[in-house]
Design a protein around this ligand. Structure first.
Ligand SMILES: [Mn+2]
Length: 198
């Protein structure tokens, strides 16, 4: 468990490399300012170093252009995929002033949010495909984010049997982490980030 929590958000990350590989083909990145938290998972195509090369553009772009919109960030990542294998990339932003959470994704990196007050689950769909350096559509989706709403972002190495009951039954992000860690099968490149606004 890697803990990125502070006084505004609870945030935990898990990452595992495919059996036999030293490095995961997934990359995650988290950056924060006084106004927002930005986190991302990139799942590089292929595995090992080739996959990692594509996924590793994400930290560089997020660190250097964090004030830009999620779609601008994804398009910058897309431009850097030219002559690489490509990657599925999802970026999530929590804006503390607006109390909103936004998700923009191309490819299979899933996002869920559980709104405790209304017992509602939000599952926005990603744009299909992957970032490849070719012309790319994007679609940012934004939702109200209240304190203690739980969110989860995960690469396709994490298989969730019943996301709603898993999120609903977790009292906080740390509980959610522990449940997901116990539920998932291990042995593939897998990354998940769980969190909530405090
Ligand atoms: Mn994968």
């Amino acid at each position: 468990m890697i803990n990125f929590s502070d006084d505004k958000v609870e945030l935990f990350v898990y990452q595992e490399a495919k059996s036999g590989n030293v490095q995961s083909g997934d990359t995650y990145y988290i950056t924060k300012t006084d106004d927002f938290m930005l986190c991302a998972i990139a799942d590089g195509l292929g595995n090992g170093p080739v996959a990692k090369e594509s996924a590793d553009v994400i930290p560089e772009i997020l660190e250097n252009y964090k004030e830009e919109t999620l779609d601008e960030l994804l398009l910058r990542c897309n431009d850097l995929m030219f002559q690489k294998r490509g990657a599925a990339v999802a970026i999530v932003k929590i804006d503390y002033r607006d109390q909103t959470i936004s998700y923009s994704c191309v490819g299979n990196v899933k996002f869920y949010m559980y709104k405790r007050a209304t017992d509602k689950m939000i599952y926005p769909l990603p744009v299909m495909g992957y970032l490849s350096g070719r012309k790319q559509k994007t679609n940012t989706q934004t939702y109200a984010c209240d304190k203690n709403d739980l969110f989860m972002l995960h690469s396709d190495g994490v298989v969730m049997r019943s996301p709603k009951s898993t999120l609903k039954n977790a009292n906080n992000a740390q509980c959610l982490y522990e449940t997901v860690f116990k539920e998932i099968e291990h042995g593939d490149d897998s990354t998940f980030i769980v969190g909530s606004l405090l």
